[in-house]
Design a binder for this molecule. Structure first.
Ligand code: URP
Ligand code: ZN
Length: 464
């Protein structure tokens, strides 16, 4: 038995000051004002916040994107996650063109099993729609997959049409699943991209210029209509903008069962990172991701919505490509591998810019970094909260340390971080995954646990 003793313990019922978490093997035995027991190992948590291990709702590990493979696989990506206080990751098992969903699932299981050092589960991403996918989707809950993903963007590769969306939503509603949507109008983006390229515009600036926020809002409005026809719940992945947020609010007002995920990059980073129309700095390619970075007004709207319960959880969309050897090979913005790293810093960035900066309290922090994703993806109460009987996934965060992010100090297997040089407040001091002490005094241990596959249950649609 081990006692994490005398910290600010964040539970679903509130903060227990001077509280403790007792760990027995892989589970939490007790949470409360607990006296040490004889023979038990005591870890002094005075002055620190004791939080549920993070639940990452959105990452892409070992993903093939055209000719490129993400720099992080399940070994390096989950190692980085664990170092940063994320104990559960939900990746996108992907069905590529011509494959069945079962084949996509089996491939992803082979990528993750035995390699992951954090616990993991899957959403099922479908890069096309075929009539028999409705039946195939219905078989996925038996494999522990209850959430799916469709792309409204990426025309000519992964984009699906509105009638396909209707069919998929009707299927998922039929067996009590949910679907996450990449909400951008792929046809109009394609038209704007072709126009920009024809005019000789190749720099990263035009990545953002050809994906305006109004096209995120339009996709969400359209999706809400389709979901209404299907009477199906859905969620918006990586919500990036104030217009998109307003569309989510409209969908909810119209009675839709919709929740939204945002990401640290849309809360912290600015569209100025792309540079001007003539800038072709390699660093600007680091933030070629979709949707693109937005403005200060978008960020403030997302922060306010996150605090107010209008955006429910924060994933990273970690999709790492090296600047040198991968992103630098592209001859224009439209062919630059899309995606950025972030899995290791999610918990600390949200603490620093969310809690330490006064935008949310620690209880809300626990909800948006762990509890809500665990509930929505059917992992609660095993994951996502400090409650008796749950897996002993615990983070001890020291709020007093101020430090500067450098890629060299991170565990992500990629040659850059978009947060390089950023000052942050708060440091992940200890991390436990199912009782295994993985981060000790701020250092990732040499012997890490083996990540377990998590069977997701039905989504809890009531999260806020
Ligand atoms: O740029 C991004 N987001 N790449 C990952 C794939 C996706 O759209 O989620
Ligand atoms: Zn993604």
């Amino acid at each position: 038995m081990r006692l994490l003793h005398g910290g600010h313990v964040v539970t679903p019922a509130g903060v227990i000051e001077g509280g403790s978490v007792r760990i027995d093997g892989e589970r939490i035995a007790e949470v409360g004002l607990l006296a040490p027991k004889e023979g038990e190992e005591i870890l002094d948590c005075a002055g620190c916040w004791v939080l549920p291990g993070g639940v990452e709702s959105h990452c892409h590990l070992d993903l093939e994107a055209g000719a490129e493979l993400t720099a992080d696989d399940f070994a390096t990506g989950t190692r980085a996650a664990l170092a940063g206080g994320t104990t559960t990751v939900l990746d996108f098992a992907t069905q590529f063109h011509g494959q069945t969903l079962a084949h996509g699932f089996d491939r992803w299981m082979a990528k993750a099993e035995g390699k992951a050092v954090a616990d993991f589960g899957f959403h099922m991403a479908m890069t096309e729609w075929k009539q028999d996918f409705a039946a195939q989707m219905g078989e996925m809950p038996g494999r522990g997959v209850t959430s799916f993903k469709l792309y409204m963007a990426y025309r000519h590769s992964m984009m699906v049409e509105d009638d396909d969306i209707l069919a998929a939503l009707t299927a998922s509603a039929g067996f009590g699943g949910t679907i996450g949507f990449h909400c951008e109008n792929g046809r109009l983006i394609d038209a704007l991209v072709q126009r920009a390229l024809a005019a000789g515009h190749t720099t990263p600036h035009f990545h953002a210029a050809t994906r305006p926020a109004v096209l995120e809002a339009e996709a969400i409005d359209r999706l809400a209509v389709i979901a209404g026809l299907a009477e199906a719940p859905f969620y918006v992945v990586h919500l990036s903008s104030a217009p998109g947020l307003a569309a989510v609010a409209r969908a909810r007002e119209a009675g839709g069962a919709v929740v939204a995920e945002t990401c640290p990059q849309y809360l912290l980073l600015d569209v100025a990172a792309y540079g001007g129309p003539d800038d072709d700095r390699l660093e600007s390619r680091a933030v070629v991701m979709s949707p693109p970075l937005r403005t200060a007004a978008d960020r403030e709207a997302l922060w306010a919505a996150l605090a107010a319960g209008e955006v429910q959880f924060v994933g990273t969309d970690h999709c790492s490509f090296d600047l040198r050897g991968q992103k630098d090979k592209a001859t224009d913005f439209a062919h630059t591998p899309n995606g950025a790293p972030g899995i290791e810093l999610r918990m600390v960035l949200l603490w620093s810019e969310g809690v330490a900066a006064g935008r949310m309290d620690p209880v809300r922090y626990a909800q948006v970094t762990a509890t809500n994703a665990a509930r929505y993806f059917g992992l609660y109460p095993r994951k996502g909260a400090l409650v008796a009987g749950a897996d002993a996934d615990v983070v001890v965060l020291d709020p007093g340390t101020r430090w500067t992010v450098t890629r060299a100090a991170l565990h992500e297997n990629v040659d850059h971080t978009p947060y390089e040089g950023r000052e942050v407040t708060g440091r992940v001091r200890e991390v436990f995954l199912r009782g295994h002490h993985a981060v000790v005094g701020g250092r990732l241990g040499d012997e890490l646990p083996t990540g377990e596959y998590l069977h997701c249950g039905p989504p809890d649609l009531s999260i806020a």
